[in-house]
Design a binder for this molecule. Sequence first.
Ligand code: ARG
Length: 581
Amino acid sequence: LFFSGYPHMTLLQLLTQRAAAAFAKAGAPDAAPLVQAASKAEFGDYQINGVMGAAKALKTNPRELATRVLADLELDGIASKLEIAGPGFINVTLSDEFLASRVLQQQDDVRLGAGTPHAETVVIDISSPNLAKEMHVGHLRSTIIGDALARVFEFIGHNVIRQNHVGDWGTQFGMLTAYLFEQESTQPAELALHDLEEFYRAAKARFDADAAFADTARDYVVRLQAGDTRVLALWERFREISLAHCHAVYAQLGVKLTPDDVMGESAYNDDLPKVVADLKAKGLLVESQGAQVVFLEEFRNKEGEPAAYIVQKQDGGYLYSTTDLACARYRDHTLHADRVLYVVDARQGLHFQQVFAVSRKAGFVRPELVLEHVAFGTMMGKDNKPFKTRTGGTVKLVELLDEAEVRAFDLVTSKNPDMPEATRREIAKAVGIGAVKYADLAKHRTSDYVFDWDSMLSFEGNTAPYLQYAYTRVASIFRQAGAVDEHAPLVLVEPAEHALALALAQLPDLLQQVAAETAPHFLCAYLYGLAQKFSRFYDACPVLKADDAATRASRLRLCAATANTLKTGLSLLGIAVLEEM
Ligand code: ARG
């Protein structure tokens, strides 16, 4: 996409470039001006910071330098007003004509002007539940945040590779396959594994109570690892059924994850001896209490001892930590990633720091590969403790999502009792699932958050229902409008029109920020702000009853751009919109 004269530049990039040129002309070539969206409308649209720092470095008066920078600021056809504020800030107000043309050009582009000129291959470790058990709320955040990030990265033009690093290997599969073998004599595997939680509990109980069974289970682990076809077949059955449970959850959540995205721990199994051999060849391995470890001087415990990163146990077995080394290497060498995002619980922070450190030391990844742990906090109950069932058990994801739909259905029914039931169900699905996702995405991902049905399902405030409803309000204008001129000129006159257009034109910068900081909550805050600016515009500026046909047509274009931006933005969060609700 080419904005006339400003190819591939977002508003911030354009203003930053012009500001840097002005600083250079004004005698401060080393200054790095920081351009930010203005915090208040009375400061204009943008604020250029950096004069004070530059003046200090040059030992000159900041107001004077600001005056020179302002005189050199080349913003003809872009800004309508420039002024110096306070000790040396420069406030910029964009011209209505420029803003209108940005909005319209953005609407003509499938990426809404947000395409990145430098596409990268971004690998996203997403969802990654353990298959031994049912998916529980702990995997909700990885799934939702990972999905939103994947969509944003894709939308702005990156090559995204989703990797569902499921836990499908390890000693517990000995117990589970041994128990499945027993169960299969009386019932089909699908039935036995209908409830994985229950199955796991029963297998564990049997393991603890019966020494002979425990021996069999241990024998199964050995056979599994040796590739015994019978045990492998049982393991495959188990894995397949457990994965089907996951994919049912993904479908209900509307998350873009397919069986092709699954690249579980077992996939790296054959590579583990090589990982250990390579570490040894590099002289990084030390034997410690029979185990093979990499000592990391940069990570020290309270006693001041270097951390021991174990890659092989005393009995020869490999660990989660070994797999993650093979996995990092695969993501670099085979997937050719430029950037890898691990969307995983914050409590695994130290693990990932060490995975990254060992991978780099061993040369398993290129130095320029960006490895990031996209950490998230814990989902809490209303009692401020990790979210649990009333009896203290883990909450199954399926049950949580079903409850969301039921609650939303009751809500919709109370608001629209006369709506056909099928319509109410459809709305309930979008609202219920949307509410759960949005409540999660709207908080900064690193903070813990309280899961609260009432606030997430509210039609007021920063919630999915509020935004979904805001969208239907805009959409409804078009049902009443009759024929619309889709090419009518957009003319911004009222302050509320300017403010709305500015917000629309800021989407590309916003998406860049979401990608750079891997933080979807910025998109939520943006959409909430956009909906509010639309409300203000709609209150202040009659659309269908505008004074003249040109104004009406112009305002309808603003409405269309708002509808499109809200819908696109929500879809990037994985949230569906409805035309009516
Ligand atoms: N299966 C792990 C868990 O449930 C998460 C895996 C995250 N990804 C990774 N590459 N280690 O805790």
